[in-house]
Design a protein around this ligand. Structure first.
Ligand SMILES: NC(=O)C1=CN([C@@H]2O[C@H](COP(=O)(O)OP(=O)(O)OC[C@H]3O[C@@H](n4cnc5c(N)ncnc54)[C@H](OP(=O)(O)O)[C@@H]3O)[C@@H](O)[C@H]2O)C=CC1
Ligand SMILES: O=C(CO)COP(=O)(O)O
Length: 342
C-alpha cells in the first residue's frame, strides 16, 4: 500500500476538526495545527477534540500539534480553517515557508481594514503559493455526522482543484470545482450576515412566507453587491451562494443563525456572542459591509437594517416597518434595471 502524503489543517475549531476527520477517513495523515497545547495533548490522548465537535472520533490519522513550522515543512497541501481575525497574524510570520504550497482557505470572512477576502490575504502573505478556497453549505456538525454534503473548491489552478477533490471526495462528501475563486469566496462571506437576520426572524415567530422573502431578498441584495465588486452573479446560484445561504438561514446549527436567534429573543449582542463561545463571522462582516455598500452606493436595505439594530440602537420593530414600507423595487434587478431580461 502506498503511503499517502500528509495534509495540514490549520485551526482546531469546529471546521478544522470536521475537515481533518474527512481527510483521515480517506486515509490521509493529517497534521492538525492549533494554538492550545493542552487541547492538542487531549486530542492525542483521547482521539477527540475536547472543545469542538466533542463526540467526533478522529482516529489515529489525525495528529494534533502546536508546531506550525514543522507542519509547513512536512505538508504541501494546507487547509486554513482559522477565524478571519486570526488568519493574517498566524500566517504572516511563516511567509517564507509558504512558497510552493497549495493553500486552501475555508474561512468565510472579510478583513476589517482592507476589505480583503481571506484568499486575497493569502496571496499577499504567500505570493509564491497556489491559492484556492473551499466553500459551500457545509455545517461542521453535519459533516461530522457524515450527512451527505457537497462543497466547491475554487481556484484558477486546476491542479489545486483536482488535488482537493482527490483528498476530500468520499462516500458522504462531494467536491465540485470552480474557476471563480472571488465569487465563491464572496458568497460564503456575505451569507453570514443574512443568517443572523434569519435567526432573528425565527425567534420572533415569523412564518414561512417571511423567511422565504428574507432569503430571496438576501440573495438579490448580496448579488447586487457582488456585481458592483466585479463578481460573476451566476456563481451565486451555485452551492457556495444560494446553497450556503439556504443552509445557514434555515439551520439552528449555524452559529450566525444562533446569534440572530438570541438577538430576536432580546439578548444584547455582546451577550449573544459570548454565550455562543464560537466564531460568528457575520457580526464583523456586517460592520465592514455596511460601510463598503455606502462607499459603492449599493442599495442594501437588509444590511442597513441589521446594522441599525445591532450598532445604532434602533428598535427591531421600527426597522421591520421601514423595510416593509420601502418603495417596492423590481424582483431580480441585477438582470436588468427594470427587472426584465433583455
Ligand atoms: N463551523 C462551520 O460549520 C464552518 C465554519 N467555516 C469557517 O471556518 C472558520 C473557522 O470557524 P470554526 O472552526 O467553525 O470556528 P470555531 O469557533 O469552532 O473555532 C475557532 C478556532 O480558531 C482558533 N483560533 C481563534 N483565534 C486564533 C488565533 N489567533 N490563532 C490561532 N487559532 C485561533 C480557536 O482556538 P481556541 O479554541 O484556542 O480559541 C479555535 O480552534 C470561520 O471563518 C467559519 O466561517 C466554514 C464552513 C463551515
Ligand atoms: O458556513 C457555514 C456553513 O456553510 C457555517 O455557518 P456558521 O458559521 O453560521 O455556523
Amino acid at each position: 500500500m502506498t503511503v499517502k502524503q500528509p495534509v495540514a489543517v490549520l485551526g482546531g475549531g469546529s471546521f478544522g476538526t470536521a475537515v481533518a476527520s474527512l481527510l483521515a477517513a480517506n486515509g490521509y495523515p493529517v497534521m492538525l495545527w492549533m494554538r492550545d497545547a493542552a487541547q492538542a495533548a487531549a486530542i492525542r490522548e483521547s482521539g477527540r477534540n475536547p472543545r469542538y465537535l466533542k463526540d467526533l472520533d478522529l482516529g489515529p490519522y489525525v495528529q494534533p500539534t502546536t508546531d506550525l513550522a514543522s507542519v509547513l515543512q512536512r505538508c504541501e497541501l494546507v487547509f486554513v480553517a482559522l477565524p478571519s481575525m486570526a488568519l493574517r497574524s498566524v500566517l504572516a510570520p511563516c511567509s517564507g515557508q509558504l512558497a510552493g504550497k497549495m493553500l486552501v482557505s475555508t474561512t468565510k470572512g472579510i478583513e476589517a481594514d482592507t476589505f480583503l477576502l481571506m484568499s486575497q490575504i493569502l496571496e499577499q502573505v504567500a505570493p509564491q503559493a497556489l491559492i484556492g478556497v473551499l466553500s459551500g453549505p457545509n455545517l461542521a456538525r453535519e459533516i461530522a455526522d457524515r450527512a451527505l454534503t457537497a462543497t466547491v473548491v475554487a481556484s484558477e489552478h486546476e491542479e489545486l482543484c483536482s488535488r482537493v477533490q482527490q483528498v476530500l471526495h468520499g462516500d458522504t462528501f462531494r467536491v465540485y470545482a470552480s474557476k471563480d475563486r472571488f465569487g465563491v469566496e464572496l458568497g460564503g462571506a456575505l451569507k453570514n450576515v443574512y443568517a443572523i437576520i434569519a435567526g432573528m426572524a425565527a425567534a420572533m415567530g415569523m412564518g414561512e412566507n417571511t423567511k422565504s422573502m428574507l432569503i430571496t431578498r438576501a440573495l438579490a441584495e448580496m448579488t447586487r453587491f457582488a456585481m458592483k465588486m466585479g463578481a460573476n452573479p451566476m456563481t451565486f446560484l451555485g452551492l457556495s451562494g444560494v446553497g450556503d445561504l439556504i443552509a445557514t438561514c434555515t439551520s439552528s446549527k449555524s452559529r450566525n443563525y444562533q446569534v440572530g436567534f438570541a438577538l430576536g429573543q432580546g439578548v444584547p449582542l455582546e451577550q449573544a456572542v459570548e454565550q455562543l463561545g464560537e466564531v460568528a463571522e457575520g457580526v464583523n462582516t456586517l460592520r465592514v459591509l455596511k460601510q463598503k455598500a455606502a462607499d459603492l452606493e449599493v442599495y442594501m436595505p437588509l444590511v442597513n437594517g441589521l446594522h441599525a439594530i445591532l450598532f445604532e440602537g434602533y428598535p427591531l420593530q421600527k426597522i421591520i416597518g421601514g423595510l416593509m414600507s420601502g418603495e417596492p423595487k423590481t424582483d431580480i434587478d441585477f438582470i436588468s434595471p427594470d427587472g426584465f431580461a433583455e
